[in-house]
Design a protein around this ligand. Structure first.
Ligand code: UD1
Ligand code: CA
Length: 452
């Protein structure tokens, strides 16, 4: 069977005035990833022949974000219908299906889109299939008004709807699949005779019907996946949905989330089977956690690959560019930045490790730090295998500490340390016998004299 040609057009020229933001609406992020990328990812699974994104003038960052998909500029934002016309300039003589999607409806699944395409293809007489869903509160959405044969009699926008039409809870999600052979002609019949004086894509089913074509609705029962996003409150609602999906995904994969709702993920977080995440953990972009590792409460983790059976936190901060080996122990109030930590290392309490390469089996004592910044540049600390760094040591980079060396607690180390050596750098210790007792007595006498 040969694959039927499919073009996908994504409408994203809207400025997003209701978001009160300078960036194009579809560049707003869900789980740290622009909305438009979510949609493109779903579309990719359909293997379309062409993907065209309609953008507004001057939206260069959006054009860049959708690359290598084609972008076409809609010079004036006078409606979803006119936006589609702009894309059709690139689709002349295209005779396959044209799938039209709204850039501000980013969470729709490939399966649902596929059902929409199949709905149009099921019968040659069907010119348009529209993705619909039933919602509790349809306010703001276009209503799908059906005729007794199951055709779409009309799609009525909120602003044009009568009180009776407003009662309809079957809504237009904005996704359409249309017969490319006819589309250009239908678009030619659009007018802007409506409350907003815009060319509405939603008038196309009526136009197709007048041209003798049937139309149909493909329904999704998951209203969450087709929620649109016009305001920041709605963006937040989508974020919640996307977070919930991510949590469900991990629970299904055998990850333990002790209090799922308090864990925040990014779109690219990877947690292997058997990972345990305690409450109140934040995963920033670029995190991979290996099998059996435990991320303990109140940790903030980004840009790091963590090995197997490790333990991180509570209250740990891992910053980008880091790699933690297997069986590593990172304890409370430890910050790690751009560092590679070897297998079985222990950095158990109150430390800072930045720009460091640490070999295996290092014990990095409480309060020890790498001093990686001289006020102008960052420098590297290299620590060999099996090194013991005593508590409260300052390792002034650039510095190399070779395998098996021992750094005495409280030392400030500025010179490289050879393998198996002891490096100690402290002020000379002095013990004055009886000094404290004499001191106390003198102070007490002074106080009594003052009082009398
Ligand atoms: C639209 C639908 C409505 C549907 C709802 C679903 C129309 C007329 N209305 O309403 O029936 O229930 O989506 O969420 O289609 N855009 C352009 N160029 C324009 C105008 C809009 O590219 O000139 C893009 C926007 O960037 C946006 C999308 O089209 O991504 C939808 O536009 P929007 O203004 O948000 O439409 P709604 O009022 O939400
Ligand atoms: Ca919208």
């Amino acid at each position: 069977m040969t694959k039927k040609p499919l073009a996908c057009v994504i409408l994203a020229a809207g400025k997003g005035v209701r978001m009160k933001s300078k960036r194009p609406k579809v560049m707003n992020e869900l789980l740290g990833w622009p909305m438009i990328k979510w949609l493109l990812e779903s579309v990719r699974h359909l293997e379309p022949d062409r993907v065209i994104v309609v953008v507004g003038p001057g939206m260069d960052d959006l054009v860049q974000a959708v690359h290598p998909c084609e972008a076409v500029i809609q010079p004036q934002q006078d409606g979803t219908g006119s936006a589609l016309k702009c894309a059709m300039n690139l689709l002349q003589r295209f005779t396959g299906d044209v799938l039209v999607l709204l850039g501000d409806t980013p969470l729709v699944s490939p399966e649902t889109l596929w059902n929409l395409i199949q709905a149009r293809r099921q019968e040659s007489g069907i010119g348009i299939s529209v993705l619909g869903t039933e919602v509790q509160n349809p306010t703001g959405y276009g209503r799908l008004l059906m005729d007794p044969e199951g055709n779409i009699a009309a799609i009525r926008e909120e602003k044009d709807a009568s009180p009776q039409e407003k009662m309809v809870r079957l809504i237009n999600t904005g996704a359409f699949c249309m017969d490319g052979k006819r589309l250009e002609r239908w678009l030619g019949s659009l007018t802007n005779r409506n409350a907003q004086k815009e060319y509405y894509i939603t008038d196309l089913p009526e136009i197709a019907a007048r041209d003798g074509y049937k139309t149909c609705v493909s329904v999704t029962f998951d209203a969450d996946e087709v929620r649109g996003c016009n305001t920041r409150a709605e963006l937040f609602a989508l974020e919640k949905i996307a977070q919930r999906r991510m949590r469900e995904h991990f629970l299904e994969r055998g990850v333990t989330l002790q209090d799922p709702e308090t864990v925040y993920f990014h779109f690219d977080t990877v947690l292997e089977e058997g990972v345990i995440v305690e409450p109140n953990v934040y995963f920033g972009p670029g995190v991979e956690v290996g099998e059996g590792t435990r991320i303990r409460a109140f940790s903030h983790i980004e840009g790091v690959k963590i090995g197997k059976n490790a333990s991180v936190g509570p209250f740990a901060r891992i910053r980008p560019g880091s790699e933690l080996g297997d069986d590593v122990r990172i304890g409370n109030f430890v910050e790690i930045k751009k560092s590679k930590i070897g297998d079985r290392c222990k950095i158990s309490h109150l430390g800072y490790v930045g720009d460091c390469e640490m070999g295996e089996d290092v014990n990095f004592g409480c309060g020890a730090i790498t001093v990686n910044y001289d006020g102008f540049e960052k420098h590297t600390t290299i620590i060999g295998k099996g090194v013991m760094v005593g508590s409260n040591a300052n390792l002034i980079a650039p510095l190399i500490i070779d395998d098996g060396a021992f750094i005495a607690a409280g030392s400030t180390i500025t010179q490289n340390v050879p393998a198996d050596a002891l490096s100690v750098s402290r002020a000379k210790e002095e013990v004055r016998k009886g000094w404290a007792a004499i001191y106390r007595q003198r102070k007490t006498e002074k106080k009594q004299k003052k009082a009398s």
